[in-house]
Design a protein around this ligand. Structure first.
Ligand SMILES: [Zn+2]
Length: 342
């Protein structure tokens, strides 16, 4: 039975230290071959167990089988040369050495479908699977083939749709596309960003979500946030178009960020995953703090459409911090559930 206010994590969870070096993005694997496959599955089961113990209702793989939320998907595609690297500015924020698109991009085989089947076998809870969104994918590459951000985004949207259909067939209940780039490239979002996202979800019968945030709690992002002033109104740019789109859920950052909560009015009618956990701080929220954020959100989101969530993925955090934050999320949602029942 679907309960009211089902909590979920927005994205990644930290990996065990025997699988990959902790508190690091793009952390290399510590094992290889069959040992690595088995270790990833073990880590996935632990991530699932942490979520269940915390009262998380919509569970995920915690991204235990991927090194990075964008790069790992792209690594599985043809047309991208990971040896040929160029330095580009990611989301207008920091320079990174990225792979080059050298030819037509295509997906020869499923990327995450086996992992999703494995997760499906482990639980009867609703499962959510994250994929990168088209716009965020192109922002993490140097393109020497299409030479058009829009063209490349459409190609990725077609590939994502192939993967999404197979994830749906594997029993995934919610497919989420991560589009932090939607908070940066406003003209592109409105000209073709939302349209490519709709291409990625074309024909799906499962629920679909888009996660838009201010990024992981890494220095490049926290430095950028300092430049955004006292009121973060970035969501204002994409929300009207998303409200009219066929995406079912919108995942946004809330707790400890300077996003005015009334911006949620712009997506009235959508289910909203409200970030009630700050991923840029080691301080563990209390259940009451989580409840307070959710209570405020209820002014703008109907209770049956409110999905308590984290602001973003928690991969860079120490594992015990992330686990405690998940527990606070579950307990905070519980407080509001009891209030609504009373
Ligand atoms: Zn995020």
């Amino acid at each position: 039975m679907k309960s009211l206010l089902p909590p979920s994590a927005a994205g990644s969870l930290p990996k065990p230290s025997w699988l990959a070096e902790p508190e690091k993005l793009w952390s290399p694997w510590k094992l290889q071959g069959d040992e690595l496959i088995e270790a990833k599955q073990d880590a996935l089961r632990l991530a699932l167990d942490d979520q269940l113990q915390a009262g998380i209702e919509i569970v995920s793989d915690g991204e235990q089988t991927r090194q990075h939320f964008v790069t790992t998907f792209i690594e599985h595609l043809d047309g991208v040369d990971f040896e040929k690297r160029e330095t580009v500015r990611i989301r207008n924020r920091y320079d990174a050495s990225v792979p080059t698109v050298v030819g037509a991009v295509s997906r020869q085989r499923p990327v995450f479908v086996d992992d999703a089947k494995f997760l499906r076998q482990q639980t009867t809870k609703q499962i959510k699977w994250a994929l990168p969104g088209p716009m965020t994918m192109i922002d993490t590459l140097y393109d020497s083939h299409y030479k058009s951000r829009e063209k490349l985004a459409w190609e990725f949207a077609k590939i994502l749709n192939q993967e999404a259909r197979e994830l749906e067939a594997a029993g995934v209940d919610i497919i989420q596309f991560d589009e932090p780039a939607f908070n940066v490239f406003f003209d592109d979002v409105n000209e073709w960003g939302v349209a490519t996202l709709e291409k990625a979800i074309e024909g799906l019968k499962c629920e679909t979500a888009v996660h838009i945030c201010y990024g992981y709690g890494i220095k490049a992002n926290t430095d950028w946030k300092k430049t955004l002033g006292s009121e973060w109104r970035q969501y204002e740019e994409a929300f009207p178009k998303l409200q009219k789109s066929s995406i079912n859920l919108i995942s946004l950052e809330c707790h400890n960020s300077h996003v005015p909560m009334d911006l949620m009015e712009l997506i009235r009618g959508k289910k909203v995953m409200v970030g009630a956990i700050d991923v840029a701080s080691y301080a563990i929220e209390t259940p009451e703090e989580v409840a307070d954020t959710l209570r405020k959100a209820l002014q703008f989101v109907d209770a049956d459409k409110l999905y308590p969530c984290t602001n973003c993925g928690m991969a860079p955090l120490p594992r015990h911090v992330a686990t405690a934050k998940l527990r606070a999320l579950g307990a905070g949602a519980d407080i509001i559930r009891r209030e609504l029942a009373a």
